[in-house]
Design a protein around this ligand. Structure first.
Ligand code: BES
Ligand code: MN
Ligand code: ZN
Length: 485
């Protein structure tokens, strides 16, 4: 779905007419002969082969040569290759065709190398130009040729195919999160999900407001109450034969988070709240890949989609909502809405008989304050499962840091009139948010990803492009691909 229109070829030698050739250079050892320059000359031009460094060498005739630093070959892994491929694509600028030997380096197995290089190239080529009438900012990349020896070509081909699929999922999720809120309502994302399901071999069910009310999804209904746009919950199902286990993913799909009656100030952060559906976008992106990747686990995805807006009909401070699992919460801040829509989704995940649940949400400014814009928080009720999520995130090169699900803070949520309040105190906000969610997962192994920090990026940085990042998408794909009960 939404595959970037860049072809990735696996070839024996550099094709004629490519506009750029990217050659890997480590910090020690021989410099590729094709560069035609000695290490001392490269160094004199500020290029030492360090990871992230690139040196563009224009040529009077033939392709531009680009030296791509890979650092120490011994410690080069797939993550280093992904970053190097991204640096190469950025250095290549407007050139349309690139050849590179990055996938041919020993030390990283052929399949992982093919996947990482494809991902790095395709993710760095992502650009959102949205509604600009001037389309000249669009990526011009059309082809990447991976030059590899015979021995590695089958593995690199298989890996590159996987990378094209995972990058397609990230492009889809980034596009959704970058889309202006008037262009992506809950109804629209549900329509999009139905299309994706059709193309990607998934089952899909869309739940409207009446259905959600009838089901007792009081979190979804309460948050939606102030909006003229109706809510949508989308359930996506992937059901292989003889599944190895059942994983359920729940994504926060707050299409626009104004804060509601607890209105956010009109600052830069408020202006990013069209991206408050990044969790739902990551779940949809992930679901879109499962069939193509022949994932063996059963996977269910819930997209919990609604606006959070103030109006005469909006939910109020002091209101009590009743969720799908029967628990109640007193609303003391309508801007703590993400946990309310997730509560219904988590309850349904438990009812589905999940072997494990992951929710992904732009949930708290507190997670961003704690870990900054590059690292997401993970919390959970089952250390072995949290460890699997962390391992998946390492393979995806999406940084997670675990915060404690500190039960001693549960009393901060105590309410006089309901089972809990929807906010804790001024401190430990990422933890109290997770403790709220913990009320809805029972004993099912569960991990919560708070992606508020890394949901977007102010700058192009390697395989992360400016704007929505789709953070978590490749972690969830990795997790699903290896999941068993
Ligand atoms: N969507 C926001 C969290 C957020 C903030 C995401 C910044 C991305 C960037 C969430 O709904 C929210 O408003 N959280 C409140 C919770 C508080 C009221 C307990 C917050 O973090 O301030
Ligand atoms: Mn909010
Ligand atoms: Zn929110």
């Amino acid at each position: 779905m939404s595959l970037p229109s860049v072809s990735i070829d696996v070839v024996r030698s550099v094709p004629r007419n490519v506009e750029a050739v990217g050659l890997a250079v480590a910090t020690s050892g021989p410099v590729p002969r094709q560069l035609g320059l000695a290490r001392a000359t490269l160094a004199a031009n500020g290029f030492e082969g360090k990871a992230g460094q690139v040196l563009v060498l224009p040529a009077a005739t033939g392709p531009t040569l680009i030296a791509v630093g890979i650092g120490d070959v011994e410690s080069l892994g797939a993550n280093g290759l992904r970053s190097a491929a991204a640096a190469l694509v950025r250095a290549a600028g407007k050139r349309t065709t690139i050849a590179t030997n990055l996938a041919d380096l020993e030390g990283v197995d052929a399949k992982s190398a093919g996947q990482a290089v494809a991902e790095g190239a395709l993710l760095a080529a992502y650009r959102y130009i949205g509604l600009k009438t001037d389309r000249s900012g669009a990526s011009t990349l059309t082809g990447v040729s991976l030059v590899v020896g015979d021995k590695r070509s089958a593995g690199v081909r298989a890996g590159a195919d996987r990378g094209a699929v995972t990058a397609g999922a990230v492009h889809l999720a980034r596009d959704l999160a970058n889309t202006p809120p008037a262009y992506l309502t809950a109804r629209k994302i549900a329509e999009r999900a139905v299309e994706v399901a059709g193309v990607c071999g998934l089952g899909v069910e869309v739940y409207d407001k009446d259905k959600l009310s009838a089901m007792g999804c009081g979190g979804m209904i309460g948050v939606n109450q102030g909006s003229v746009e109706p809510p949508r919950m989308v359930k996506l199902t992937y059901t292989p034969r003889n599944p190895t286990g059942h994983l359920v993913l729940v994504g926060k799909g707050v299409m626009y988070d104004s804060g509601g009656i607890s209105l956010k100030p009109s600052d830069g952060m408020h202006a990013k709240m069209k991206m408050d559906m990044s969790g739902a976008a990551a779940v949809l992106g992930t679901m879109s890949t499962l069939k193509a990747l022949k994932v063996k686990a059963q996977v269910t995805g819930y997209l919990m989609c609604t606006d959070n807006l103030p109006s005469g009909s909006a939910f109020k401070l002091g209101d009590v909502l009743t969720f799908r699992n029967g628990k109640t919460a007193e609303i003391l801040n309508t801007d703590a809405e993400g946990r309310l829509v997730l509560a219904d989704g988590l309850s349904l995940a438990v009812e589905d008989g999940a072997d494990a649940i992951v929710d992904i949400a732009t949930l708290t400014g507190a997670a961003m304050a704690a870990l900054g814009p590059k690292i997401a928080a993970v919390l959970g009720n089952d250390q072995p499962f949290v460890d699997r999520v962390k391992a998946a995130s390492e393979r995806a090169d999406e940084s997670l840091w675990q915060l404690p699900l500190a039960k001693e803070y549960r009393k901060l949520l105590d309410s006089q009139v309901a089972d809990m309040k929807n906010v804790g105190g001024p401190y430990g906000g990422a933890i109290t948010a997770a403790l709220f969610l913990n009320e809805f997962v029972g004993t099912t192994p569960w991990a919560h990803l708070d992606i508020a920090g890394p949901m977007d990026s102010d700058t192009d940085d390697g395989w992360i492009s400016k704007g929505a990042t789709a953070f978590g998408t490749r972690t969830l794909i990795e997790l699903a691909a290896g999941f068993s009960r």
